[in-house]
Design a binder for this molecule. Structure first.
Ligand code: ATP
Ligand code: MG
Length: 786
């Protein structure tokens, strides 16, 4: 914008300005992608602070990721300076953890509770299902986990479920018992799972109105981004927070009297922004109705629509508009921009996932040569399994990249072990952490000993940790007794310093005194060297945390880490291309976007195709992907896709057909075309490493075997067009044998090494004279026998 203008209102269009300046009970901003919803929310906060209408402590802003929260905080800070400090800008989960840490004691938890991630929840469930022989009833860990999560998102507790369930059905009865034990297991461990963080906060507010009043009086402005993806529990939390406190509550609410805490019985002002076309979390209970019914729930609300898009070119918007218009039950809105048509969308059909990845890498290199920074480029995909081919090619091409939410540092075994030690000293009631570290490193405490300890504890109504402390009473062997008591002592001694020591010091002491690091270092297993490095990396993370949070306790550190979401390891993405799933891409924007795997079974995903609302939700996901791009959009697919150890013939996504053909320019595609294209693909092939392309072939070729391939394209056709309307080549009954010479349209001449498989699944292993060794599906490869 204009550097001399007002940073608050500068450059805003009239509707945006109205949204920033609105004052009143409730405001709904509905608008398509890139129309400035998040920007407007940010400026609203800055406006409230700058005019001193609100103290920072009176503002609660909810974002979808921690990363988005940090960005918003920074932008507000840039406008109003220091007065942005003390604001709650965070995700739903982080805000609830803060509330629960303060208030947990009111309902029988203590503030040092552990937060179970989904792996922890599943570990607990696994034990319970085993205890109950639940697999006889077809209950698997993931089924039970999903169902419990769903119930919690609907705020249904064990009693509520018992009331409504059909308990004549033995499976339902069994599930009820699982749900009950799981709930008890969490509270015995002084732990909350992810869904609890929100559900239990709602419960807290409803059960203890004076506690609710503390927060109702505190937050005078509540703002929620990405409102279309709130679930029932999150919606209820907002409802609780925006109720006016009653006079009775007022009397009994001790409240933390913060600066400017209101003495009035006035409800908080609520602003929500969202786009129902971008609702992509129905599988996690997100409910589009929350946005549709906003006006009913908040009767005095004002609605503002934004239509101008400031992110993308008109070509990209036309594609997005066209695709999303195929969804029913939506308010039609057309995004427009004033920046002009821009470049055409580039389409590419690769022979395999590797071939597609090679195209992506080559185009990225080209963009980079043109001056586009790597950090302004992103590659999206529907499933994590698609990263493998991309990464292989990127590594070979020496392209700097980073996989968001993919590496999962915190899910590595050695990191989980280290956290096991930290949690064991932060929350001694948690048996999961103890079990994890009991015999790691090996101390001779086997599963039988652990079971004996647990049984002994259960008999006496004690925790596992108490049983360890008293292990000498169990009559176990002297060596194992010594090991158990020794570990308990180390944990107790370190625990005594938990409130006062820095997380880095606590971790270092635990790793040393437990012998964990020494065991890794002494190991002959070469993997353990890498593991030790990862643990060192974690120590570095705790030190960094200490630097940024001089007063930060171990509990603060654990809280922060347990809330790291996929999009949060974006930091430090300077200078790298970002790879992420479409779900992670929400809310972000990049100059150039590669949307890969635009195929049936991937997009829409195979799992969603038969679910009610599934294909519509997948279309929204595609829409989210398209609208992340500022200038350049690349849509790519492959003819064959290796997944789950199988190679399948892929078909173009049905959504491709929904984009007007004139918006896409299809590049010549190796393996599909009958004729050679422009210099583009030749240059591309010339650069291709001899061993790349072709992919690895194994297993069955489902669609090919089923004869599901369309007929051969007309021979005369020279221009390869949109693969949706064009057809896939079919070599019919071409039979090849070892020693045959063939010609490939892209790889040139070569000699067949061997042929495997039969009929339409036959694969030729070919040594090309210049292009290296490839494996080709004979039926569809662009080859002829010489
Ligand atoms: P999404 O639906 O993807 O979350 P959004 O509606 O939140 O998008 P923003 O991210 O706020 O949109 O804005 C998109 C882009 O447009 C950003 O780069 C933002 O800085 C820019 N932008 C927003 N409003 C204006 C404006 N009035 N003038 C210029 N640029 C703007
Ligand atoms: Mg946004």
């Amino acid at each position: 914008g204009n550097p001399v203008g007002d940073p608050l209102l500068d450059g805003l269009n009239p509707r945006q300005r109205e949204a920033v300046e609105y004052r009143g009970p409730s405001l709904l901003i509905v608008a398509g992608a890139g129309s400035g919803k998040t920007s407007v929310l940010t400026r609203r906060i800055a406006g409230l602070l700058r005019s001193r209408e609100a103290w920072p402590s009176q503002i609660l802003a909810i974002t979808f990721t921690n990363k988005a929260a940090a960005e918003m905080r920074e932008r507000v800070g840039a406008i109003v300076g220091d007065s942005a400090e003390g604001m709650w800008i965070s995700t739903f989960h982080s805000a609830c953890v803060r509330i629960l840490r303060r208030e947990a004691e009111a309902f029988g938890f203590s503030k040092n509770f552990t937060i179970y991630d989904s792996a922890d929840s599943k570990a607990l469930l696994k034990r319970i299902l085993k205890e109950l022989d639940a697999d006889m009833f077809g209950l698997t860990v993931s089924k039970a986990a999903n169902r419990i999560s769903q119930l919690k998102n609907e705020l249904t507790d064990v009693e509520g479920f018992a009331r409504d369930a059909n308990l004549n059905d033995p499976t339902e009865k069994k599930f009820l018992e699982v749900f009950r034990r799981y709930t008890r297991g969490l509270s015995d461990a002084n732990a909350f799972d992810f869904d609890d963080l929100i559900g239990q906060t709602v419960y807290l507010f409803r059960a203890f109105p004076h506690i609710a009043a503390t927060y109702q009086r505190r937050f005078k402005h509540i703002l929620v981004d990405e409102y279309q993806d709130t679930n029932h529990a999150q919606y209820s939390l907002i409802r609780e927070l925006t109720k006016p406190p009653t006079p009775e509550q007022f009397e009994t609410s001790p409240g933390v009297l913060v600066q400017g805490q209101s003495n009035e019985l006035e409800a908080a002002s609520l602003t929500v922004v969202g786009d129902s076309d971008q609702s992509i979390y129905a599988f996690r209970g997100a409910d589009i109705r929350n946005i549709v019914e906003f006006e009913r729930d908040f009767p005095r609300s004002t609605v503002i629509l934004l239509e101008q898009n400031y992110r993308s070119t008109q070509t990209i918007l036309d594609a997005a508009n066209a695709v999303i218009s195929h969804n029913f039950d939506r308010k039609d809105k057309k995004l427009f921009t004033t920046v002009g048509a821009g470049d055409k969308i580039v389409g590419f059909t690769g022979y395999s996932g590797h071939d597609e990845a090679q195209f992506v890498a080559d185009e990225i290199q080209k963009l980079h040569d043109e001056g586009v920074a790597y950090k302004d480029i992103a590659v999206f995909y529907r499933t994590n399994s698609q990263t493998r081919a991309l990464e292989e090619i990127f590594i070979r091409a020496a392209l700097p990249y980073r996989v968001l939410g993919g590496t999962k540092f915190y899910e590595r075994a050695e990191i989980k072990d280290a956290f096991g030690y930290l949690i064991a000293v932060a929350n001694p009631a948690d048996p999961l952490a103890l079990r994890r570290i009991m015999n790691t490193p090996k101390r001779g405490i086997g599963p039988a000993t652990e079971a004996a300890l647990q049984a002994w504890a259960d008999d006496r109504g004690m925790t596992l940790r108490d049983a360890m402390r008293n292990a000498s009473e169990l009559g176990l062997g002297p060596k194992v007794t010594k090991a158990i008591v020794g570990l308990a002592e180390v944990l107790d001694e370190v625990m005594a310093k938990v409130e006062t020591s820095k997380p880095a010091d606590i971790l270092t002491e635990l790793l040393e005194r437990s012998g964990y690091l020494a065991a890794l270092r002494a190991s002959q297993d070469p993997q353990d060297e890498a593991r030790a490095e990862n643990v060192d990396e974690l120590v570095a993370v705790t030190k960094e945390f200490g630097k940024n949070n001089p007063d930060g306790t171990l509990l603060d550190f654990l809280t922060e880490v347990s809330l790291v979401a996929a999009a949060d390891d974006l930091d430090d993405s300077s200078g790298t291309v970002s790879l992420m799933t479409l779900h992670t891409a929400k809310g972000l924007e990049y100059d150039s976007v590669f949307l890969t795997g635009v195929e049936e079974d991937l997009l829409p995903h195979r799992m969603s195709a038969n679910e009610p609302g599934g294909p519509a939700e997948e279309r929204r996901l595609f829409y989210v992907g398209i609208t992340r791009a500022r200038k350049r959009l690349f849509l790519s697919l492959a003819m064959t896709r290796a997944q789950f150890g199988e190679v399948n013939v892929a078909m173009p996504s049905r959504y491709l057909q929904e984009i007007p053909t004139e918006l896409i320019e299809w590049k010549q595609s190796p393996g599909m075309a009958n004729s050679r294209g422009g210099t583009q693909s030749r240059a591309l092939n010339a650069r291709r490493d001899g061993n790349s392309g072709g992919g690895s072939w194994s297993g069955s070729l489902r669609a090919a075997a089923a004869g599901g391939l369309p007929p051969a394209p007309p021979r005369a056709k020279t221009e390869w067009a949109n693969p949706v309307t064009a057809t896939v080549r079919d070599n019919g009954d071409l039979t090849l044998a070892a020693g045959d010479r063939i010609r490939h349209t892209d790889f040139g001449d070569g000699t067949v090494n061997q042929v495997t498989g039969a009929g339409p699944k036959s694969i030729a292993d070919v040594q090309f004279d210049t292009a290296g060794r490839k494996r080709l599906l004979i039926k569809i490869a662009p080859i002829e026998k010489l």
